[in-house]
Structure formats: structure tokens, C-alpha cells
Design a protein around this ligand. Structure first.
Ligand SMILES: [Zn+2]
Length: 110
């Protein structure tokens, strides 16, 4: 991009970003008008930027879709494990509480 434009006064290569119609030469200080064909490149740069923006939006969209599927899946997994832990806890309580009752009745002598 920068190799296409040289200073008309001193011939130094100029950095051209594709957004301006004139470029200020950093070597001799003269103002160089960007040729018409390089301004067409500017449209190309804008098109590439648009494409980049579009692919960014597609990425954001895909990430949102994946998240909208992952979050319910994660909640489901968390719910499953919570249910399993609650079931284990219930089984443990069901086994232990008669034993505690028996132990208490032995200790109190009733
Ligand atoms: Zn110059």
C-alpha cells in the first residue's frame, strides 16, 4: 500500500492509509495529492473493512448461539448433579436416622 505512493517533491515513499486525499510528506514537508487510482484502493480498503465487520458480527452471532445452547446445557448438568447429591443425601439420612434412633433409645434406656 505504502509503496504505491511517492512524494512528488523529494521522491520518498509515503505511508498511505487509504483514508485521506492528500498526504503530508514526513521528509520534506510538502503536501502530496493522492492519485485517483489510489483512492479507488481506498474503496477496496472500505470494502475489506466492511467484510471484516461482517465476519465479526457473524462471530458474535455464533458465540451467542453457542452460549444460548451451552448455558441451558450447563444448568441442566448442574441440576442433574444437584439432584444426584440430594438423592445420595436422602439415602444417607434414610440409613442413618433409624440407627441414630436406635442408638438414642439404647443410651436413654427406653
Ligand atoms: Zn517529500
Amino acid at each position: 500500500m505504502s509503496a504505491d505512493l511517492n512524494c512528488s517533491n523529494c521522491g520518498a515513499p509515503l505511508d498511505y492509509t487509504g483514508s485521506e486525499t492528500t498526504v503530508h510528506c514526513p521528509y520534506c514537508g510538502s503536501s502530496v495529492v493522492v492519485p485517483e487510482e489510489l483512492r479507488l484502493v481506498q474503496a477496496e480498503v472500505a470494502a475489506k473493512q466492511n467484510l471484516k465487520d461482517l465476519s465479526l458480527w457473524i462471530k458474535i452471532f455464533l458465540i451467542l448461539i453457542i452460549l444460548s445452547m451451552l448455558i441451558p446445557a450447563c444448568l441442566g448438568i448442574i441440576g442433574t448433579f444437584t439432584g444426584i447429591i440430594a438423592a445420595i443425601f436422602g439415602i444417607v439420612v434414610a440409613i442413618i436416622s433409624p440407627l441414630i434412633g436406635a442408638l438414642l433409645s439404647i443410651l436413654t434406656g427406653r
